[in-house]
Structure formats: C-alpha cells, structure tokens
Design a protein around this ligand. Structure first.
Ligand code: MF3
Ligand code: CO
Ligand code: CO
Length: 269
C-alpha cells in the first residue's frame, strides 16, 4: 500500500496544535472587522497574533509560481466582489454592509534556522456592520457547504464525495460555484496534492481518502455567475459580473470514522 498524502503521527500532532491556535487567531481577527477599519490593520493584527503564538504567517512571501510576485501580507482580505487573495491596504476602509473574506495560513511551530514547522489554512467571511439579507444567506450557505463537504469525508471514501457534497448543498440556490480555484492537501507546505474541486465534473480522478490525510476544504461561492478573473495587482481574484462572493475554509484530518476539523474556532460548534 502506498502511503500517498498520509502524514506522520508527529506531523499530525503539530497540525492539530497549530490548527487550534490558528482557529483562535482567525476568530480574534474576525472580531476586529468593523466599519471604519482598514484591511491593512486586520493584516497587522493577524501577523501579530501568529508571531505571539510561535508561528510564521505562511502566506507572507508565498509564490504560486516563480513568474508571479510574492504575496505581500500574512492575511488575505477579500471584500465584496473580491473572491480570494485580496491584498490588505492602508487605503481600504471598510464600510457598513461590506462582506469581508479573511483567509489565514500559519507555519507552526516556527524557529528561525530551526526545523520546518507544519502548515494549516482556514478562512471565513463576515460583514462589517449589518449584512444585507441576501449577503447573509450567501455567507450562511457557503459555510453550510463547507460543513457538508467535511461531513462527507472519511477513510474509505474519495475526494469526489467531498466535491459532490459541497456542490449538492449549494444546488438549490442558483449560485455560481467558483471552479478556477480548489481545495487542496496541506501540512508540509501551503498547497499540496490532491486538489479538491467544489464541484463534480466528467473525468474527475478517483482519489481515495485515507486516515492521516490532511486537507483544506474551501468552497468559494458567488451570488452571480461562477466566472472570475485576476486583478491587475496579479493576486486578487474577482467575480467577472461584480457579484459578491463568500469563502469558508477549514483544515481537516481524515480519520477512520470521519474527519476532525483542526482549525475549528472557539465560537463554532
Ligand atoms: N489561503 C489560500 C488558500 O486557501 C492561499 C493563499 S496564497 C496567498 O489556498 F499567497 F495568497 F496567500
Ligand atoms: Co486559505
Ligand atoms: Co487553502
């Protein structure tokens, strides 16, 4: 039996501890989302909390490919029609009714010149002030889709079970599920195989789920169509029709009976 994608027991222990810390951090940062604050101030706060927890902001300096610029922050902040990978700015002030995606990654433990730590990745969308009823539904249903995906994951299943559950849970609403970006393996680095699409498609590979796999599930859901494009800043992904978008993400560990959410937040049941 190939041990493909399966983490060592030592790695799993560190991933559980780092993930718990990261869930606490994301919850704190989400509480700082208020009318009048800048997206840069949220990044500053997030980085401060990560360093205080003994970690390193995993997104800071991250490059998807050597041909693209390094990501310049520790927290992705994606407002309204920004889907993911929004860059925090000191000139970007939140206004009432904005919906704000917060996506955070941490290497933990982190010691300069020490051995590499382990990576976890989690995200949520919250509003500044009161969200509109339609935005609230979008956020609630995107969160529910993430939970449906997590509920479908267990040893002996396959990646397509997760994709099917996420897509199925969103089906009644007519939203656009983003197809250009996907969930992923995580743990030894920010992004690992396998890819985890938030939808089924013809010819999707059969990838078995095994105990000890560590995955980041992350539905990205638009009120309008599913089409997105990359902004001129080379990072920010936006909806093509300017509709608003929500994003929730957890790092999970596949177990014999289901999946454990390692980035569960204290306020999340
Ligand atoms: N957090 C993203 C994900 O969920 C990756 C962000 S890469 C960055 O996969 F460089 F933009 F931070
Ligand atoms: Co993320
Ligand atoms: Co991710």
């Amino acid at each position: 039996m190939k041990k493909k994608f399966i983490k060592s027991d030592d790695a799993l222990v560190a991933i559980r501890t780092g993930g718990k810390l990261l869930g606490e951090i994301l919850e704190k940062v989400s509480c700082a989302v208020k009318v009048g604050v800048t997206t840069k101030s949220l990044d500053d706060y997030a980085c401060e909390l990560i360093v205080a927890a003994g970690g390193r902001p995993a997104f800071l300096g991250y490059q998807i490919s050597p041909r693209y610029p390094a990501y310049p922050a520790g927290l992705c902040v994606s407002v309204n029609d920004e889907v993911v990978h929004g860059i925090p700015k000191s000139t970007q002030v939140l206004v009432a009714g904005d919906i704000v995606g917060l996506d955070i990654g941490m290497e933990w433990p982190y010691k300069k010149n020490g051995p590499a730590g382990f990576y976890t990745d989690t995200a949520m969308t919250v509003s500044a002030g009161t969200a509109s009823a339609e935005d609230k539904k979008l956020m609630d249903r995107t969160y529910a889709a993430l939970r449906a995906g997590i509920s479908a994951a267990h040893d002996g299943g396959e990646v397509r079970d997760i994709s099917r559950a996420i897509e199925g849970s969103l089906k009644p609403f007519g939203y656009g599920i983003v197809e250009d970006l996907v969930g992923h393996g995580v743990g030894y680095s920010v992004h690992e195989d396998p890819q985890i699409p938030n939808f089924l498609y013809r010819g999707a590979p059969v990838i078995p789920l095994k105990s000890g796999m560590v995955l980041a599930l992350e539905p990205m859901v638009n009120r309008g169509g599913s089409e997105v494009y990359t902004d001129r800043d080379a990072w920010t992904i936006k909806t093509s029709d300017r509709s608003r978008s929500a994003h929730f993400e957890h790092t999970i560990i596949i177990t014999d009976t289901g999946a454990d959410i390692v980035t569960l937040r204290p306020g999340e049941l």
